[in-house]
Write a protein that binds this ligand. Structure first.
Ligand code: ZN
Length: 499
């Protein structure tokens, strides 16, 4: 048949086993590893990373790819053609950066992250500034290695996380979105704000855990191929056959535990919905961070923050949370989940203001990479944008431009994938709503299987077969737009705030 293709696939499947093993060790590091094992674990992970890199840049990969690309039988088979197209993309990414730059980036990231943590704790931007200057310079070099022709540097970096996305297209999506979100923020300020109730009642963590596990099981998360544990920052990781989720519990905030669990559960359902026969190949991998985030946001916000969901969920909450539910009802908790309050911290933001935080970062990092904004001027620029977009005064850099770890880790071009996730989620939810004859009656009776099946059919099972833009067009019949997201927010929040 096609020996080069078979050899190439066997090679990448084995490399994936190394990656999955590293993921399992990283999961263990966050969930159960005793503190004394840290040094050995770092050496284990470094070895696995080196072995993966060696395999990915093995000269035979280039030969196999060239042979596949010259083989008409591969081109005639859509699955094989898609795998080869994506493996070519991975190979270019892995070989375009000179080893010297890769090593310098890794060393700088590790030290910049420590410097960032100390600077944030002390709210001392001046201490982080030289590290950020160094990091911006390295990211500019990285972008110059990756980009083709006149492509802006920001685009070359963003393409690592969201294939095919570029700043020009994002500006077109974001400009009207920002206007409408700012207008919505002003309108809601005049409405009737929901009361905080369930989210402030102290509840035993064991009860909270029973509750969120019941919801995760109802969503259809397969505990036969996955686990739920605890960590300081919730995450989802696939270990190549099973899916590890984490959540967190605060004694006086069960809604945070529920939101985190449903969010990570959405990521987990995507991973569990990938084609198991394609495991270790591009067709068995998630397509982009934006699409991944759409799956978490869909379950967290379109399901978990809907009135219909709370109609179903309320008796389950009462069963597990006991007295904490006294004097409350489903309608009150639904409203509480949808309170909007412009704030300083992105990760604590509500559904209506979250994307304004992202847009601040999108503006600032384009300016940094283009050399238009000196790093020294970052705090002033950041604070001005927060005043403009969110209407809040930033009191210090700890709660301002030092709040996120991303730039210290070298993640430039990454933030917009969070907003893309929100936009894709709303467009998928609207398409599923039409296809299933209305989601509301299904959610009201806790029948999540049809929604899960729709997502599996139209998003999960394709892996990287289609780029995000094409996946969206095929699944929803339209290119990505902010309209479904705005319609969802304005309809729901208008009702909650009595407007
Ligand atoms: Zn997420």
């Amino acid at each position: 048949m096609t020996a080069a293709y078979d050899d190439l696939l066997a090679h990448v499947r084995e490399t994936h086993l190394l990656a999955a093993t590293a993921a399992l060790l990283a999961w263990d590091q966050e969930t159960g590893m005793p503190p004394g094992a840290g040094d050995v674990r770092a050496r284990q992970l470094a070895l696995l990373a080196r072995l993966q890199h060696e395999r990915a840049t093995d000269p035979r990969v280039a030969d196999w790819l060239a042979a596949c690309e010259a083989d008409p039988r591969v081109a005639a088979d859509p699955e094989r053609a898609a795998n080869v197209r994506e493996l070519r993309r991975d190979h270019e990414r892995n070989t375009r950066l000179p080893q010297r730059l890769v090593e310098e980036l890794a060393a700088t990231e590790s030290r910049a992250q420590q410097a960032w943590a100390e600077a944030r704790a002390a709210s001392d931007f001046a201490a982080f500034r030289p590290w950020l200057e160094r990091m911006v310079a390295l990211q500019q070099q990285k972008a110059d290695c990756l980009r083709r022709g006149p492509m802006p540097r920001w685009d070359a970096l963003a393409d690592l996380y969201e294939p095919g996305m570029c700043a020009a297209e994002l500006r077109q999506l974001f400009a009207p979105l920002r206007e409408r979100l700012v207008a919505l923020r002003h309108r809601l300020a005049a409405g009737r704000a929901p009361k905080v109730a369930l989210g402030r009642v102290p509840i035993d963590e064991a009860r909270q855990e029973q509750f969120v596990r019941a919801v995760l099981a109802a969503m259809g998360f397969d505990f036969g191929r996955g686990r739920l544990d605890r960590s300081a920052h919730p995450f989802c990781t696939s270990t190549g056959g099973d899916v590890r989720l984490t959540t967190r519990f605060h004694r006086d905030n069960v809604l945070d535990a529920l939101g985190s669990t449903m969010h990570e559960g959405g990521h987990g359902l995507y991973e569990q919905g990938l084609d198991p026969d394609a495991l270790g190949t591009p067709l068995g991998e998630p397509v982009s961070l934006g699409i991944h985030e759409s799956q978490s946001r869909l379950w967290e916000n379109h399901v978990g923050r809907s009135a219909a969901f709370w109609t179903w969920c309320w008796p389950i909450a009462q069963q597990h949370l006991g007295n904490a539910c006294d004097g409350l009802d489903a309608a009150a908790v639904f409203a509480e989940c949808n309170a909007v309050e412009p704030s300083l911290i992105r990760v604590e933001a509500d559904e209506a203001t979250y994307d304004l935080h992202v847009m601040v970062r999108f503006e600032v990092e384009q300016e940094l990479l283009a050399g238009a904004l000196p790093v020294a001027d970052l705090p002033a620029r950041w604070n001005a944008l927060y005043r403009d977009y969110l209407g809040v005064e930033v009191p210090d850099d700890r709660r301002g431009c030092l709040q996120d770890v991303h730039w210290s880790c070298g993640l430039f071009g990454y933030f917009p994938t969070y907003t893309l996730g929100n936009l894709f989620a709303a467009q998928f939810a609207a398409a599923a709503d039409r296809a299933l004859g209305g989601l509301e009656p299904l959610l009201r009776r806790g029948d999540f299987a049809p929604l899960r099946a729709w997502l599996r059919e139209h998003v999960h099972r394709h892996g990287r077969r289609f780029r995000p833009a094409e996946l969206c067009q095929r699944a929803t019949g339209a290119p990505l737009s902010a309209a479904p997201f705005l319609a969802h927010l304005e309809r729901k929040l208008g009702a909650v705030y009595g407007l």
